[in-house]
Design a protein around this ligand. Structure first.
Ligand code: SF4
Length: 223
């Protein structure tokens, strides 16, 4: 039976991409070797066995830490019911959630009538249920040295690309060309709400008929 290493589990509003505004239950998995310099969840990178804590301690965290709790699918479902969460949309994120097989987790939620979404860098094989919405946020030439996978690019229901410079836009265009991506919705997401990044994203979205994703939760000051 798979045990998932959970860094955080909480209910909020999805602030990014196609599901912006959707009440969602976020399941954040521990572990990511991709090493993006501007990553805003660096506390999820390392999986240290000494960071394993109980479910109660993981849920009670008041700040971002690398502590995680090991939970089975049944334990995750029970926890969601116990906490009285009302959202019917599940976002599995990280870290890099696709380092592990997410299929049993997705299928359990599918069977209960939840919709599921996974947010991944596209550098690991994506193992999810057929119904799961896949958001690929491509990470090109990052320090970890993981190449983008064609299988991930083809499975993507949306591509959400972080941008701060013209180089990021150029990298995305090359990637779309290399993987022959034509009809997948493309979102540009300004890195760290920087004004120049936002301006560049707006200009580029208009020029290419792409969409803007502005991380609404950060403007609202919510998780
Ligand atoms: S892939 Fe995501 S979690 Fe991993 S380093 Fe990059 S931004 Fe951070």
């Amino acid at each position: 039976m798979i045990q998932y290493k959970i860094n955080e589990l909480f209910e909020t509003i999805q602030g990014e991409g196609s599901f912006t505004g959707q009440p969602s239950i976020f399941i954040r998995l521990q572990g990511c070797p991709v090493a993006c310099s501007w990553c805003d969840t660096k506390h999820t990178w390392e999986i240290e066995l000494t960071d394993e804590v109980s479910t109660d301690v993981m849920l009670a965290k008041s700040q971002e830490t690398s502590q995680w709790a090991s939970l089975s699918v049944a334990q995750i479902l029970a926890l969601i019911i116990e906490r009285g969460y009302q959202a019917k949309h599940i976002v599995i994120t990280g870290g890099e959630p696709c380092m592990v097989d997410l299929t049993p987790l997705c299928i359990a939620f599918d069977d209960l009538g939840y919709s599921t979404q996974v947010e991944t860098s596209g550098t690991f094989e994506i193992n999810v249920s057929d119904k799961c919405w896949v958001t690929v946020s491509p990470k090109v030439n990052m320090r970890g040295g993981y190449p983008m996978l064609n299988s991930a690019m083809q499975r993507a229901n949306e591509i959400k690309h972080p941008v701060a410079t013209e180089q990021h836009v150029d990298d995305l265009k090359v990637l779309l060309e290399e993987h022959n991506i034509k009809n997948t919705p493309i979102y540009l997401q300004p890195i760290s709400q920087k004004p120049r990044a936002t301006e560049l994203a707006i200009e580029t979205c208009i020029a290419n008929n792409w969409r803007l994703s502005v991380q609404v939760h950060k403007y609202l000051g919510i998780e």
